[in-house]
Design a protein around this ligand. Structure first.
Ligand SMILES: Cc1cc2nc3c(=O)[nH]c(=O)nc-3n(C[C@H](O)[C@H](O)[C@H](O)COP(=O)(O)OP(=O)(O)OC[C@H]3O[C@@H](n4cnc5c(N)ncnc54)[C@H](O)[C@@H]3O)c2cc1C
Length: 443
């Protein structure tokens, strides 16, 4: 990896936590302060680890139902057959070793008036500061015939874990000559380039294993992230396999109906696609618990952009995919970066340390083919646009068509290094024997 990229990664992921930890005196809360975090993804887990490392006197409780977290990020590498399920599955033992109280149950309600979180099978826990990082929920009802049950037959594979596995199994079971349909969601959604990276990795699998098969992308949008380099890859690697059907002003390529029994996928324009495998990715909202607690507006949670403090409730922070971060895409990189600012602000609230600068960063890498990856990214700072105080992108960068194979390979290697760095830090792997689940194969 080039020095500049290494520097960017360190800035993006570790700068604040390093600053917090490197301080010779550890901040102390006046009384034993209690921070409760709902959701153990890159948003919630990074807040927990950063906070506990910086101020061991604070009681940090993480509520996360899953004992094993299979990352959505790089699940496309698993679906394409380049990584095993175990490669992208991690545990929370490092957090427990740090002294974080990890409760593997679901939070059922946020009682914001009484500063209490209610949890399935466990006594409620009280908080001084609450962090809400539950990721996303799916709007199944927007497509006739689609439901949580139907997504077993037509997996979205947009929530990691079992869903990623289901899609992989459907592809394995498909006969050569079948049609794979990917239905992309409307903005905003988790991982804007994700559906197009998925098309690439599935098409690469079809090319290798089922060469008579085809793939169509039905998209209710007119354009998408990193479009130029994706379209170049569709031509260069997957000509005759991938067909991209973008919508028009009439939203014609939006999927309106599916039949999980027959595999039929019907667009608004009335076209019927008979799929062998349907990867229907529904439109999305903030995670249900955030909606039910009244933390959202229009499906997503508004926050103060300096801090990611909820705009709807006192003593509550919301971050990651559930939050409205304007230009900042919903990604693991964004979530973990926001987490550093959230942890710094909670420390300031509880111990009187200085508040961190609200400078955020994101980079999203996508794999087009083996050893050929591209990226997009920017820094984000608070600013005023059309009378609104929002996060504004600057110093943005994006991969270009026609780049050399050497540069694309370097970008691929950089992306792998980022994955290891993020999962190492969010699961505090240096504090456990191993945060990754032992064993190999498609677990
Ligand atoms: C195919 C795909 C590829 C992707 N690739 C990339 C990539 O290359 N780079 C990148 O940066 N991002 C990528 N992403 C996006 C990334 O996965 C998400 O943006 C990221 O996981 C968001 O983090 P989060 O912490 O907000 O939410 P999540 O990771 O979803 O974590 C939320 C956690 O909250 C828990 N939870 C929910 N409700 C409750 C409750 N009631 N009580 C307790 N816990 C609860 C859930 O179990 C979950 O573990 C990709 C996503 C997909 C789908």
């Amino acid at each position: 990896m080039k020095d500049i990229d290494r520097r960017q990664l360190t800035q993006g992921i570790g700068a604040l936590s390093l600053a917090l930890i490197a301080g010779s005196r550890r901040p102390r809360a006046a009384a034993r302060a209690r921070v409760v975090i709902v959701g153990g993804g890159p948003g919630g887990a990074t807040v927990a680890v950063t906070l506990k490392r910086a101020a061991p006197d604070i009681d940090v409780t993480l509520i996360e139902p899953q004992r094993r977290y299979t990352t959505c990020f790089y699940s496309n590498h698993y679906i394409g057959g380049y990584r095993t399920f175990n490669d992208i599955t991690h545990n929370y033992l490092g957090l427990t070793a740090l002294g974080i109280d990890v409760i593997h149950e679901r939070a059922t309600a946020l009682d914001l008036a009484n500063r209490v979180v209610r949890i399935e099978h466990v006594e409620p826990v009280a908080y001084d500061r609450l962090v809400v990082a539950p990721g996303i929920a799916f709007k199944y009802g927007a497509i006739e015939g689609l439901s949580e049950e139907a997504s077993y037959f037509m997996p979205h594979a947009w929530s990691g874990g079992r869903q990623s596995r289901l899609l992989r199994e459907r592809l394995d079971d498909m006969k050569d000559g079948g049609l794979v349909v990917i239905s992309a969601p409307r903005n905003p959604y988790r991982c804007p380039p994700g559906p197009y990276e998925r098309a690439c990795v599935i098409a690469d699998y079809l090319k290798r294993e089922k060469p008579k098969s085809k793939l169509v992308i039905l998209d209710p949008k007119m354009s998408f992230s990193k479009q130029a380099v994706f379209e170049e890859a569709f031509q260069k690697y997957y000509k005759g396999i991938i067909e991209l059907r973008l919508t028009n002003d009439l939203d014609d390529m939006g999927v309106v109906r599916v039949d999980p029994k027959t595999g039929e996928v019907v667009t608004k324009s009335g076209e019927v696609f008979k799929s062998a495998v349907a990867n229907i990715i529904p439109d999305q909202t903030a995670g249900t618990i955030a909606l039910e607690a009244g933390l959202a507006e229009g499906g997503w949670c508004p926050v103060e952009v300096e801090t990611f403090r909820s705009a709807k409730a006192e003593n509550v922070y919301v971050l990651g995919d559930a939050a409205i971060a304007q230009d900042m895409p919903k990604s693991a990189y964004s979530a973990s970066n926001q987490a550093l600012v959230v942890a710094g602000n909670i420390l300031a609230d509880l111990t009187g340390t200085e508040r961190p600068s609200p400078i955020y960063r994101n980079t999203c890498w996508s794999m087009l083919a083996p050893d050929d990856s591209v990226k997009i990214g920017a820094n984000y700072t608070p600013g005023d646009v059309k009378g609104k105080h929002v996060l504004v992108a600057k110093d943005s960068f994006i991969s270009q068509p026609g780049e050399s194979a050497e540069l694309r390979k370097e970008t691929f290697e950089e992306s792998i290094a980022w994955y290891e760095t993020l999962t190492g830090s969010m699961f505090a792997k240096s504090d456990s024997a191993s945060g990754r689940i032992p064993g190999s194969g498609r677990g």
